[in-house]
Design a protein around this ligand. Structure first.
Ligand SMILES: *[C@@H]1O[C@H](CO)[C@@H](O)[C@H](O)[C@H]1NC(C)=O
Ligand SMILES: *[C@@H]1O[C@H](CO)[C@@H](O)[C@H](O)[C@H]1NC(C)=O
Length: 373
């Protein structure tokens, strides 16, 4: 599924729809970044006509995206703008995956290279974060007025109460329910085809990913000199980093499962461990060590990866390089230094030359290994 969206982007380009991506408002907030401040009562930005009009060729685009199952193709034709929102979200959740795995041998880069994964913990994480990413992308697009089929949450109207007292719903509340519904229909469509262990695992992790999300209520105070006697509040999605951090914890606590006798579900593999809940990530297969390059298991190997000589963790040169040793090169680079604050209001820095040692893992000696770069 994850791979599919790299294809969507390609697909859009192939179909000559690259112009669609340009026709959107110039400063479209990244998925994961805070949206433009939505002052209570502020009008929704209207989707540009050009953008909506250009989507007429959705049939061409949807038919050209490889790897869609028919239900997904239908959704693509019905909601071509949603596909573009998701396409833009891919970069954000790929970056988040890479951030979370930056100190690990498996660093989430294999995905961009079109590699497959075993039914491993890493696969569980990828499914959950892509699924969360679709919820995020669609919900954000609803709030930005980019989709015909949704807008701000219509249920967040009137007054309500929280620990600080009464408030009025106002502005634009993120329509997370819609995002979840869309993600379920679209992302899960692929798995409904198969009823094997892998499909069950993917569905479970997709669902766990959709359910994440810290959704704080943000408020603005009104009243005499900000006395906050009146409050207007709206529901906002938290930064995508929070989702990444949460799923990272779930990845570390992921539970290995085995298929039931009757093949309708799974149970925990080791009875000593707790049963997975709906919020836990589950996996069937143990991860490979990811030391050497092996396409079949989604491993790029760690040759050429930068390691940390003083660390004792996963990014240490011993662990990262799998005992093969590392090369050290001295590089000099310019950095900003001796920055001074000048009244008012500028910061001026010097350019300093910094010399650092970079350690990179050696390649295994075996034949048939091809360089990563
Ligand atoms: C999109 O915009 C960029 C910069 O404004 C431009 O270089 C590029 O050619 C545009 N692409 C299309 C398909 O219009
Ligand atoms: C290397 O690891 C040490 C110890 O964990 C840490 O303090 C340091 O910032 C790391 N260096 C880099 C370049 O990440």
């Amino acid at each position: 599924f994850f791979l599919f969206f790299f294809k969507v982007l390609q697909g859009a380009a192939i179909a000559g729809l690259g112009v669609l991506l340009n026709a959107s408002r110039p400063s479209l907030p990244r998925v994961g970044a805070r949206g433009s401040p939505r002052a209570p009562g502020a009008a929704l930005p209207l989707p540009s006509r050009r953008y909506m009009g250009a989507v007429g060729s959705s049939r061409v685009m949807c038919d050209n995206v490889p790897g869609l199952v028919s239900r997904q193709r239908q959704l693509c034709r019905r909601h071509p703008e949603a596909m573009l929102s998701i396409g833009r979200g891919v970069a954000a959740w790929t970056a988040e995956c890479q951030h979370q795995f930056r100190r690990h041998r498996w660093d989430c880069n294999a995905l961009e290279r079109g590699q497959r994964l075993l039914g491993s913990r890493e696969s569980a994480f990828v499914h959950a974060i892509s699924s969360a990413g679709v919820v995020f992308a669609i919900t954000r697009a609803c709030s930005q007025g980019e989709l015909k089929s949704c807008s701000c949450d219509p249920k967040k109207k009137g007054s309500a109460k929280d620990s600080k007292g009464h408030f009025d719903w106002g502005g634009c509340s993120d329509n997370i329910d819609y995002g979840i519904k869309f993600a379920r229909a679209f992302v899960d469509a692929k798995e409904r085809k198969g009823k094997d262990a892998r499909a069950l695992m993917n569905l479970h992790n997709n669902r766990a990913g959709r359910k994440v999300g810290v959704h704080p209520v943000e408020c603005k105070c009104h009243g005499v000199s900000g006395s906050c006697t009146l409050r207007t509040c709206w529901l906002a999605m938290a930064d995508f980093r929070k989702t990444g951090d949460y799923l990272w914890k779930k990845y570390n606590g992921a539970i290995q499962v085995v298929m039931n006798q009757d093949g309708t579900g799974f149970t925990v593999a080791n009875k000593k461990f707790k049963k997975p809940t709906k919020n836990d990530l589950v996996y069937f297969e143990s991860s490979p060590d990811y030391c050497i390059r092996d396409r079949d298991v989604g491993s790029l190997g760690t040759a050429g990866r930068v390691c940390n000589q003083t660390s004792r963790g996963m990014d240490s040169c011993e662990v990262m390089c799998c005992g093969r040793g590392y090369d050290t090169s001295r590089v000099s680079r310019m950095t900003k230094c001796e920055c001074k604050f000048h009244w008012c209001c500028a910061v001026r820095c010097q350019d300093c030359l910094e010399v650092v040692d970079i350690h990179t893992c050696k390649a295994p000696k075996s034949a048939g290994w091809t360089s990563r770069t």
